[in-house]
Design a protein around this ligand. Sequence first.
Ligand code: HEM
Length: 479
Amino acid sequence: STVPAFDPANVQGDILVGLPKKAQQYIIFQIDDNVTAFRKALNNLIPLITTTTQVQQDRTKIANNKKAAQEQGKTPKLIKLSGVNVAFSQAGLTKMGITDDLLDTAFTAGQLKDSKNLGDPGKDVDGNFVPDWLPAFLQGNIHGVILISGDCAATITETRTTIEHIFSVGTPNATLHEVTTLIGKVRPGPEDGHEHFGFLDGISQPAIEGIDTNPNPGQETVRQGIILVGRDGDGIANRPSWAIDGSFLALRYLFQLVPEFNNFLKGNALTGNGLTPDQGSELLGARLMGRWKSGAPIDLAPTQDDPALGQDASRNNNFRYDFTDDQTTTIRCPFAAHTRKTNPRADLEDIGFSTETRRIIRRGVQFGDEVTPQEAASGKTALDRGLIFAAYQSTIPNGFQFIQISWANATTFPPQKPFTPGFDPIIGQTNDDSVRTLAGTDPNNQTAELSLPTDWVLPKGGEYFFSPSIPALRTKFAL
Ligand code: HEM
């Protein structure tokens, strides 16, 4: 069969470019029993769905607005913008009577069944593993998710009201109902773009062939099929033809224990080389993450932060862990640092493996409020906060699932190192409460193991979804 020419207007906008957002809702829903009515109503949602072409235009608008304000010496006002995307779980496809097999084992089984493999903490109940998730994610009734993004919470509420009308929510004719809503918002002021531990996020993404035609130095370009089903580079054959230009979305509701993380860094500050205690804990944090809070990669700035480097897109991704001794020592970067575990670059490429098929596009958003003075003083989390992790790929088993299980949780990864790297200190995990360790954090005593007494990232739920193309929504999903 012939593959239709690529058209960005067919692809939902969050996948390849990302819905611009200061706030975001993930409305996780169950389809009600009148499935035909739901699929008819879906026709009215489709015009609201933001395509890749529209997101590109929105981003140009934002950039022009910023430039105009700067030329007048003003701070740019946010433009009112709202974006909508939709994705379905396997249970949702089944509910709608769509029986084609998308040939993705993780998607088909659903994330609840995968939670044990992912290493999520939990326990056996009557012979079944039950992760320590919130009840909403344990019922097995999640059929889909509607993403609404916007410049502020009020814009999102407006869009949400429109969408609720489409599905008659709250009336006897409702065709869907909310299971739960995850409410994301970026952090305030200078923390905008930083995750809750304080580190700038969203720096390293793969560039997509034909879309990101002007990649930054060091940014890997991947074939479209690494992210989009049915395109060049999608290694899974014989998928239904309507699946082309869709993408699998791995959604994870990850709680972060920020005061506990900060206390650990304080209590285990690196010493020597004239480091003050504060500098020693900052350096340890940077070595656990692989980047300084500013975003500067420690492979390029191993001893002290370089905020200008962190900000500079032409330099902040231009490294491979291939400086002299990088492959055999952790003088610059621990083998198990989060960014190195999740994208090992030269660790694999220089021993003959490509990392292309493991790349994912991350579109997460923070949730929850800033740490309160009481939480900081007590060192104990009292309010919920963390990351709504959302990653797109054309295959979950080769993407998110592989990175979590075979890289982050695998103590022997990256391979062929002179000592065992250990767990990814941010997201590496086991089902039980055994103490995680990693090595290489102290550049002056590399084989020393550091024990991580608690997990600071706690998975509390999630699901795998398929984000169909706009034509598929029209012809296969809507009636
Ligand atoms: C990069 C934080 C969860 C995969 C990063 C960066 C930060 C970060 C600060 C560096 C910024 C960048 O390079 O873009 C976190 C936090 C998490 C979390 C706080 C949990 C609360 C995850 C999960 C995965 C993941 C669950 C996948 C299983 C990645 C990847 C990169 C990355 C692939 C890019 C690495 C590179 O290309 O150099 N993360 N992350 N992260 N993270 Fe995470």
